[in-house]
Structures are given as C-alpha cells and as structure tokens.
Ligand binder design. Structure first.
Ligand code: BGC
Length: 496
C-alpha cells in the first residue's frame, strides 16, 4: 500500500486578498526563508551522498554510519516468543511478540508507559531503574502465576533509539543523547550492562539479546512482510534511517577481515548531517534552536526536520514577528503563553494544517485555548502559511536523505518503510516527501508509479526488535558471527 496520495503535492494557500500589506510582506519573507527549491534539493542530496560515504570510512565524518551487527534480512520463517522494549522520545513500550510458524506473521501484546519528563534530565540509574520497573510490571501482568525470576529464557530486543557504537549486537556505547535528552553518566558508556544491572536490582533475570535502533527495527520489520523494502526510516520526535550495506563497502570494518559480501544493517544517524553547516538552508530560527539546545552543533539536520522541533520553530517565528515594530500581529494581546519554550508541539501545526475552513475557525479556537490569543483572520492566514512552510520544508529535506541512500546504493526502485508521528500524523508529509523525490529523480508525468516509495512500515520497535532478537539467537546457535567479542560479562556473543 502506498501513501502517495495524488500526483500533486497540495497547494492550499487560500485567498490572501484580505491580508494587510505588512503581513503579506512577512509571508513573502517567510516563504523566501523556508522554501527549498529543486536546485537546492539536488545540492543537498549530492552532499548527503558524499557524507554517507565518508561516515563509512575509518576517518569518519559527521554522519556516524553505525554498523549494527544486524546481518541480513529475515527469511520470514523466524519463530518463537520474544520481549521487545522500546524507549522512544516520549513513551516507553514493553511488548511480547510471538512469531508463529506461518511465514511473515506475528502477534503482539503490549503496554505503554509515559516517560516522565524529569527523567530526561536525571541520572542514568534513575532512567534505567524506571524502565526496569516497567518491564517487571509488564511481566507480572502478562505472566500471571509464573515466577518472574524463572523467566531467564525470554530474549529481549531493546530498541534504544540514540546513536550507539556497537562492537556486537548486545552491546552499545552511547555516543551522545539526542532529542533533547540530557541524562548524566550515560554518554560514552555501554548502556546494556547499565540496563541489565537495573533489571537485576528489580529481580528480573532477563538479558538483552540485541540492542536495536528504531530505524533498523523498521527496516527489518518492513522487510519481513514486504520484500521490496531496502530502507527503514523514522520521521518522528527524531529523524533517521537505516539500510543494508555490504561489509566490503564499509572500510571501517576492514580490519575485522569479514566476508565482504555479508550484508550488515547500517544505522546512519543522519540527524547529524551537515553538522559542519555548509549546505542546509538554515534560518535564524534554526540557529537559535541549535544554540539553546542541550547539544549545540549536533543533529543540525534533525533540528530542521524532526517533530520535536517543528512546533518550536513555529513559535520562534511568531514571537519574533510580534517583537517587530513594523509588523502588526497579535496587537494588544498578552503573548506570555507563546513565550514558553517548547510549549507547542508538532501536533499544533498539524491541527492548523488540518483546519478545513477558509476562515480558519479551528485555528482561532486553537490559539484561544492553548495560547489565550484572539487571532484575526489575516493573522490566521499567516500562521497557516507558516505551518505549511515549516511542514513542507521538513518533508522535502527528509526526502533528500532517502534519495541520498538510494543514489549511494544505486537503488532505482524500492520501498522505504517509514514510521514515526510526523510520518503518520502530520498532514501532507507523505505527499510532500513524494513530490520532492520526483523532483530529485526527475520522474515526470510519464512515470505512472513512483519507483521509490516511502510507505508505512510494520511496527519496527516491537516486531522489528523481536525479529532482530530471533535472528541473533539463530546466528549464535549456528556459531556464526554476531559482532566482535567485546568481553562483556554475560555477553551472548561468542568470540569471532
Ligand atoms: C536518534 C536516532 C533515532 C531517531 C529517530 C534520533 O534522535 O539519534 O537514533 O533513530 O532519533 O527516533
């Protein structure tokens, strides 16, 4: 199933005839700042492609291109019961996944827990204790009458969606927090023993079989049901992609002397694209977001496209316009609610873009309810256009990453499995992304169906993580390589 919608990305400018000159001038100005025209897309894709290559070399570059030790695609015949834990940007999900005998099928039981905001800036111990407690509660609820301390045979795929250096699949040193997390004592450390110790403290004897990135999970889960899948993407709170690479094309793995034809999933961590700030068309608002973030200079691409930042971008523009004496916007209104950092999330923009009325009455209600601002119709036209500009830029820039991987791998047709709140919920994100791909690849009207399509994926952090745990167990049983031995206490990985 493709989510391309129509051939044309929507243009919903509406009538602007009643918008006063000063606001119209601002709209034009914002259009100039936020629009990414086709030639710029080409320039970004070319740079992106060379940065993907660079990340695979021994010297490396901005984009980490992390080998994940997920080797090859699933056959569809994986079986067994696995636990999957997903630590996303906002929620925590614990799942038990059953992979039955029938090819490509699965059953999933799951519980969601909110990740309390204060944990995002606490200590590693607090974070992992909280997660371990959620796993324990899940097991108590789903294994009634069983002794939890006897569940050691359950294998866990832990989806930990932050950049990690992995020498083996059950090991991962956090390179840096992203998505606004700032938890002390974890960067530069192996998160697997940290979490296993927390599980031990809670009396849960389960060990981590595989540490998984959400993009790798998405790639594997999508490939499990759709053999056309070649790339897995997350467009959510954060943004990133994974794809399969031949070991022979990864110079930084040369020293291991592995079979060059072995397929290994690479977690690109493309949020770090253009950290050196040479090609992306950043606005003053992007610069501000970066400077005031817990990790300035990091995740420059992500900060322009990911859900965490879209609402903040929008808010910063409005605050800036209000402060400009030449612009009459929200005149005489108390904008203190709008002045709270990160008070608007991407769903606020999504709601504005979804407003079906020409006079934008739903937007009026949104501003009144959330920000205590009584908007005029011209003001609402400006905010609607602003939401469109920010949402469209995010979709078009995101498409550049997909195109760069496809070009790098010489892929001319495939499915890209995608997940995440922005992809699933932000209006027109999919059609706008598809339109950008057409411009990049020059697919004209004669091309009836887009050769590369970004399609909704299966559940990567649940089913994908379980599949990766299954693939890992299979490899371990066969005594086949699943990463270099990292001499970690309890590691399941045998020495190479
Ligand atoms: C993380 C990635 C993750 C992406 C999507 C980024 O901030 O660094 O590991 O895949 O968000 O969740």
């Amino acid at each position: 199933m493709s989510f391309q919608g129509g051939r044309k990305a929507p243009s919903r400018k509406g009538s602007m005839h009643d918008v006063p000159k000063d606001l119209m001038k601002q709209i034009k100005d914002l259009e100039a700042q936020f629009t990414v025209e086709t030639p710029k897309l080409h320039e970004i894709v070319a740079k992106f492609q060379s940065e993907l290559e660079k990340g695979l070399t021994r010297e490396g570059g901005s984009i980490p291109m992390n080998p994940t030790w997920v080797i090859g695609y699933p056959s569809g015949e994986e079986t067994g019961t696995y636990l999957a834990l997903d630590m996303g940007g906002t929620n925590l999900r614990v799942c038990e996944v059953e992979l039955p005998e029938e090819k490509g099928q699965y059953d999933i039981y799951q519980s969601k827990y909110r990740l309390p905001e204060e944990l995002k800036s606490g200590t590693g111990e607090q974070l992992f204790d909280y997660i371990a407690e959620c796993v324990k509660q899940f097991l108590i609820a789903n294994h009634e009458g069983e002794d939890i301390s006897e569940l050691k045979d359950l294998h866990l795929g832990f989806t930990f969606s932050y950049p990690c250096t992995q020498d083996a699949i059950d090991h991962g040193v956090l390179q840096r927090w992203t998505k606004g997390f700032d938890i002390s004592g974890v960067e530069g450390e192996d998160v697997v023993p940290m979490f296993e110790e927390a599980l031990e403290r809670k009396g849960v004897p389960i060990r981590i079989t595989a540490l998984v990135n959400d993009t790798t999970g998405t790639l594997i889960a999508s490939a499990y049901t759709d053999p056309l899948t070649r790339i897995g993407c997350i467009f959510g709170t954060g943004c990133n992609a994974a794809y399969m690479e031949e070991v022979g094309c990864v110079p930084k793995l040369d020293h291991l002397g592995l079979d060059p034809n072995l397929q290994i999933a690479i977690n690109c961590e493309w949020g770090a694209f253009d950290n050196e700030r040479v090609v992306l068309p950043r606005t003053v608002y992007d610069v501000h977001i970066d400077k005031t973030s817990p990790r300035p200079g990091q995740q420059i691409f992500e900060k322009m496209v990911a859900g965490l930042y879209l609402g903040e971008l929008f808010r910063l523009v409005l605050v800036d316009l209000h402060a400009n004496p030449e612009v009459k916007i929200f005149e005489g209104q108390d904008i203190s609610a709008l002045q709270n950092e990160y008070s608007l999330d991407a769903s606020f923009l999504a709601d504005i873009e979804n407003d079906p009325w020409e006079n934008l009455m739903e937007t009026h209600a949104l501003f009144e309810k959330n920000l205590k601002i009584d908007t005029t119709e011209p003001e609402r036209k400006l905010v609607r256009r602003l939401a469109e500009l920010i949402g469209t830029r995010a979709a078009r820039l995101s498409a550049c990453g997909v195109a760069a991987i496809a070009k790098k791998k010489g892929i001319t047709s495939c499915h890209v499995g995608a997940d995440g709140s922005v992809f699933n919920l932000y209006p027109h994100f999919q059609t706008r992304g598809a339109q950008a791909l057409r411009e990049i690849f020059g697919w004209g009207k004669e091309v009836r169906e887009d050769p590369i399509q970004i399609v909704p994926s299966e559940d990567g952090s649940g089913v994908g993580a379980a599949l990766i745990a299954a693939l890992t167990m299979k490899r371990i049983k066969q005594g086949i390589h699943a990463g270099v031995n990292v001499k970690r206490k309890n590691s399941l990985i045998p020495p190479v």
